[in-house]
Design a protein around this ligand. Sequence first.
Ligand SMILES: [Zn+2]
Ligand SMILES: [Zn+2]
Length: 142
Amino acid sequence: MTDELRIFRNFIKKNNIKNSRSREKILEIFLNTEKHISIYELHDLVKRQYPEIGLATIYRAMNIICRSDLAETINIGDGVKRFEHKYGHRHHDHLICIKCGKIIEMHNDDIEEIQKKMCKKFDFKMTDHKLQIFGYCKNCLD
Ligand SMILES: [Zn+2]
Ligand SMILES: [Zn+2]
């Protein structure tokens, strides 16, 4: 069993959620996807293998998967919620192209450090943060 599935099953048990085979199938497909996938893109992939699983089921499953900390959502401002893997992935921020929708991941220790300092300055306890920079990628600028 993978770490992810073990974490997921523990979460399900701890929270008294009814077990569901479909949900685990959705988790497996999600874990095999590329980064930053929308619910519609995920639905397309699930449909290919399990046509009986509908969008609403996928939506509910992704909610639980996020709550279990295996995934998190990213909102790039186009009204479409996207999901990315969280477990085993280092925290990162995003550069988002407003023309083609390309999402570039970045991590910079200095930026992280400055954010921590700013929180300290305001006696603010950070639980999470998202930094998004919007603009044009190299392709869209050419
Ligand atoms: Zn672009
Ligand atoms: Zn990302």
